[in-house]
Design a protein around this ligand. Structure first.
Ligand SMILES: [Fe+2]
Ligand SMILES: [Fe+2]
Length: 209
């Protein structure tokens, strides 16, 4: 009799574990892992692009790359926190391969990467998160999505000014919200973050002056 009760308990626990597992937002978890690796790669890549711009004495573009590198690291960390909350075991990120070229080519590469995230990746991931009712993931994806739209424009402007020989007219100071990664130049920064309401006093400043 005792044996039957024991076996029954084991079966019930097993069934409960299977039903819990089924409720996990599996597609969203897959997306979070991809975004975690993608943002980590972008952060590492922009840090190297910043070094290259410094070598070329393109200090304003280097500062933009440094600020964007930090923003991508914040996005990666936010995605990781959501995965941890979903009880997913996460090790270090997988950094994808990239090549450092001229600063103009690096900017073009950055624009391509941001475009993919803005046009394809994050819209799809946000839809998946909404379909699986994963609020935390949707928030993390949306903060990154809205930031990447801005990064794309910053890089496009930087490339245009570089080609026109006007690199020195680009912003030399950038602010990054430590909570959502939102990125501002000195002309557009506000007292609180547009996306997450974090106060400006907490923003990380990147400056070449
Ligand atoms: Fe970005
Ligand atoms: Fe923010």
């Amino acid at each position: 009799m005792k044996k039957i009760i024991y076996v029954s308990i084991v079966i019930i626990i097993g069934l409960l574990m299977i039903s819990c597992e089924k409720q996990k937002p599996l597609k969203t978890i897959e997306d979070l892992k991809a975004a975690y690796n993608g943002e980590s790669t972008a952060s590492a890549k922009y840090a190297k692009f910043a070094e290259k711009a410094m070598e070329d004495s393109l200090f304003n573009i280097a500062t933009l790359f440094r600020a964007a590198s930090k923003a991508e690291a914040i996005h990666a960390d936010n995605h990781k926190k959501v995965l941890e909350k979903l009880a997913e075991k996460i090790g270090g990120p997988t950094i994808g391969e990239f090549v450092v070229k001229t600063t103009a080519e690096n900017l073009a590469d950055a624009i391509k990467g941001e475009s993919y995230e803005v046009v394809t990746m994050y819209p799809d991931f946000i839809k998946d998160g909404e379909a699986e009712s994963s609020k935390d993931a949707v928030k993390s994806f949306t903060w990154a999505f809205d930031t990447e739209k801005k990064h794309k424009q910053f890089y496009e402007k930087a490339l245009a000014e570089l080609k026109a020989g006007n690199e020195s007219t680009l912003p030399n100071k950038w602010f990054v919200c430590p909570v959502c990664g939102n990125t501002y130049d000195a002309g557009t920064v506000k007292n609180a973050c547009d996306f997450c309401k974090t106060k400006k006093a907490k923003f990380q400043i990147f400056s070449n002056v």
